[in-house]
Design a binder for this molecule. Structure first.
Ligand SMILES: Cc1ncc(COP(=O)(O)O)c(C=O)c1O
Length: 396
């Protein structure tokens, strides 16, 4: 008898966690593994955010908060959205959650009926497809490739829309490709979506500040889709607060109250101390975060030079976030030292076992020809990891 629900049986474990756990187990067994699997900044939380958390504890912020978050935090988020993204939201349109992950699933739970289609341009963040399955929806994928920097076009989107399409879900800047969409590209996408009022855009902007080359544009800033867009963002990446678990959605009124309803029955308001600290985060000027961005930028340039030297790796320069997503199809179909490489998951496993470098295969990102390497790691580790990979694949 299978006691687990069909719904859950359809779900996969996050490949990111599978690979990072395996890397951790190998380390625990005494093997010198360099893990480039996880997407989390290796910086400390800025001191004034920590201080705000201490103050919140001392001021006894220890009771339930309102379901969508403290009013002061939602006001600070609204002010941030105005300051950085030229977006107008009232605090009642904002719902603070336990991370952007929860904000996304709140929106999906609010709008998806069984069999509704959600368009996912591939590569997509690993959890999107699984969340769609969890709420009973069907993912419809748009294929992209390294030749277009893994970006989808308005034309591709229009072809993918059917009467059952309920949502378009993507991240810009993108995990895993490191690409971001320009103002012109987003406007073209917005013009298509505006023709289909049943379609909601779920715009995941969690890597907003980690952009080395261009301006970050939120698609909600195009008035033709404001009423159709849920903006998702949070504290994890920009403020190195992954463990504090604070994210948020900013939505049109009709959707904001639905998110509030979902969250009220699932988890209630997010952690109160982390919420109070997030007020300070939201009030910080983005220039105060530049030291982290500059460091990521330096590492990106370093890894790009090193990765170009690796046989069989085809790679564009990622312009944002902190990932490389090289195309390794050169190795697919080969036998590498006893490892049958059917796809990039096999290749990632080969690298872990043979080079002792942890990466994540692209299958669960919807791109089985690529692997994801996070460069949220020290320069020393990055140099050593690239050397190990280069030496390991050289003979093939
Ligand atoms: C694209 C994307 N969205 C959302 C998240 C989740 O963010 P949070 O930690 O706020 O739940 C991640 C984390 O890796 C991510 O890469």
């Amino acid at each position: 008898m299978n006691k687990i629900s069909d719904r859950l049986n359809r779900l996969s474990y996050s490949q990111t966690f599978v690979m990072s756990n395996k890397a951790r187990d190998m380390k625990a067994a005494g093997i010198d593994v360099i893990s480039l699997t996880l997407g989390e900044p290796d910086f400390d939380v800025p001191q004034k955010i920590k201080q705000a958390a201490f103050d919140a504890i001392n001021e006894n912020y220890s009771h339930y908060s309102p379901v969508p978050g403290f009013l002061e935090l939602r006001q600070a988020i609204a002010a941030k959205l105005k300051r950085d993204n030229h977006l107008d939201y009232k605090p009642t349109q904002i719902c603070v959650s336990n991370g952007a992950k929860q904000s996304i699933i709140n929106v999906l739970q609010a709008i998806i009926n069984d069999g509704d289609e959600v368009i996912l341009p591939a590569p997509y963040w690993v959890s999107y497809d699984e969340m769609v399955k969890l709420v009973g929806g069907t993912s419809v994928f748009i294929e992209t490739s390294i030749d277009t920097d893994f970006k989808f076009t308005a034309e591709q989107l229009e072809k993918a829309i059917t009467p059952r399409t309920k949502a378009l879900l993507y991240s810009s800047p993108c995990n895993p490709s490191g690409s971001y969409y320009t103002r012109g590209e987003l406007e073209a996408i917005a013009n298509v979506v505006a023709k289909y009022p049943q379609v909601t855009i779920i715009s995941d902007e969690i890597y907003e500040f980690i952009n080395y080359e261009g301006e970050h544009v939120s698609i909600a800033s195009f008035p033709q889709v404001y009423e159709q867009t849920a903006v998702i963002n949070g504290m994890s990446k920009a403020f190195a607060m992954t463990g504090w678990r604070i994210g948020y959605s900013a939505c049109p009124d009709w959707l904001a109250s639905a998110c509030d309803k979902v969250q009220g029955q699932m988890t209630s308001g997010a952690n109160t101390v982390a919420q109070r600290a997030s007020i300070t985060a939201m009030q910080m000027d983005p220039s105060e975060l530049q030291y982290m961005i500059m460091e990521f930028h330096k590492r990106r340039d370093l890894v790009f030079e090193l990765i170009k030297e690796i046989k069989g790796f085809k790679c564009n320069l990622p312009k944002s976030a902190f990932y490389f997503f090289p195309d390794i199809s050169y190795f697919v179909g080969k036998n590498l030292d006893g490892f049958e490489i059917k796809d990039s998951d096999d290749f990632a496993m080969f690298l872990l076992e043979k080079a002792h470098v942890g990466s994540v295969g692209g299958v669960s990102f919807g791109s089985p020809e690529c692997i994801r390497l996070s460069y949220a790691a020290s320069e020393e580790d990055l140099r050593e990891a690239m050397k190990r990979i280069k030496d390991c694949v050289e003979p093939f």
